[in-house]
Design a protein around this ligand. Structure first.
Ligand code: GLY
Length: 348
């Protein structure tokens, strides 16, 4: 088992290992957590993993409740948020009780936001069951629901008390969902870790890979918990990716959109002479290896218009992560004409 400390305002540990899902009860007890627990999960994940989680919590003396939502992004909505809050209130959950997010990014974000708002904030624990949630959304405290106008438009920074990542959960992921997570894994290599890019070119050890990504994310979030500056590095490839997601009506998986978004920005930076060509070659070969797309056929105008609605776009500019060489990048505030130029070069 690998343990990674995340030293945010309220520090916590991420446990990554095989066969550790059943340690959740004991680990929570060791942290001094007791009382009631509300497991939030989706129907797919619950059918596979809720039993050992319930058993572990019950064996450690917790009173266990569960709230299961239908799987899929459309569940990350205000109705489910209110339903979870009402369920907790009806069952007399108090400030000393705990929510447990068992699932991928949708469940983690929704449960986390419910925990952030219930009685002005109670503890929650993340048990990510998808690769994408393990390397990204379960760590760093971003919680949210989607609004009609877009994804993650209502949310809060609320760090979990503990993250238990059992890599055995990835064995039950469909191939495309594993590829989806690999999009975020490659992102870490591209923006800051050339050694990770080398590792990804060979057979990977999934525990070591997740641990490496989580360590990077932990260091970035510790330096900038509330996204005032360098946390933006985690958004490498995401400006075009969010546009692709919006244009596809959210039918394109996040990791696939990030893959194409990384290609667009790296292509543009290579064409502008900001980035060494090797970085683009490595990116394209890794996307091929992990069955991820390198482009979607939207027009420059459509992508550009969609990026203007991005919530990271403020006061006439947007901060982009520009790759400079293999495993290196910089942040640059771009005005709209630079943004349009980058999209034009990147979509060629
Ligand atoms: N997913 C990007 C972040 O946590 O900041």
């Amino acid at each position: 088992m690998t343990e990674i400390a995340v030293n945010t305002g309220k520090p916590y540990k991420v446990h990554i290992g095989s066969g550790i899902i059943g340690t959740v009860g004991d680990e929570m007890k060791k942290l001094g957590i007791g009382g009631k627990t509300l497991i939030v999960s989706d129907d797919n994940v619950a059918s596979l993993w809720i039993k050992p989680v319930k058993a572990s919590l019950a064996a450690s003396g917790f009173e266990v409740y569960d709230f299961v939502i239908p799987h899929g992004e459309s569940s990350k909505n205000a109705d489910n948020l209110i339903a979870i809050l009402n369920f907790a209130a009806e069952n007399s959950f108090s400030r000393s009780d705990t929510f447990v997010a068992l699932g991928g990014g949708v469940v983690g974000d929704l449960c986390g936001f419910a925990a952030a708002t219930y009685m002005r904030g109670i503890s929650f624990v993340q048990i990510p069951t998808s690769l994408l949630a393990a390397v990204d959304s379960s760590v760093g405290g971003k919680t949210a629901i989607d609004l009609d106008a877009g994804k993650n438009l209502a949310g809060a920074f609320h760090q979990p008390k503990l993250v238990i990542c059992d890599i055995d959960c990835f064995d039950t992921l469909p191939d495309e969902e594993f590829a989806n997570g690999m999009g975020e894994v490659i992102k870490y290599g591209m923006f800051c870790d050339s050694e990770l890019l080398d590792m990804l070119g060979n057979d990977i050890d999934i525990q070591a890979t997740v641990a490496r990504c989580v360590s990077i994310k932990a260091r970035v979030v510790e330096a900038d918990e509330f996204e005032k500056g360098e946390r933006a590095f985690l958004n490498f490839g995401h400006t075009v990716a969010h546009a692709i997601e919006v244009l596809s009506g959210y039918s394109t998986p996040h990791g696939s959109a990030v893959a194409a978004g990384m290609v667009a920005i790296t292509k543009a930076c290579t064409a502008k002479g900001i980035c060494e060509a090797e970085a683009l070659d490595i990116l394209l070969s890794l996307l091929k290896k992990y069955n991820l797309p390198d482009r979607f056929d939207y027009s420059v105008d459509d992508i550009y218009s969609a990026t203007l609605k991005d919530k990271k776009n403020a006061n006439g500019s947007i901060t982009l992560v520009l790759p400079t060489e293999k495993g290196k990048s910089i942040l640059k505030k771009c005005d709209y004409s630079e943004l349009k130029e980058i999209i034009t070069l990147g979509m060629k």
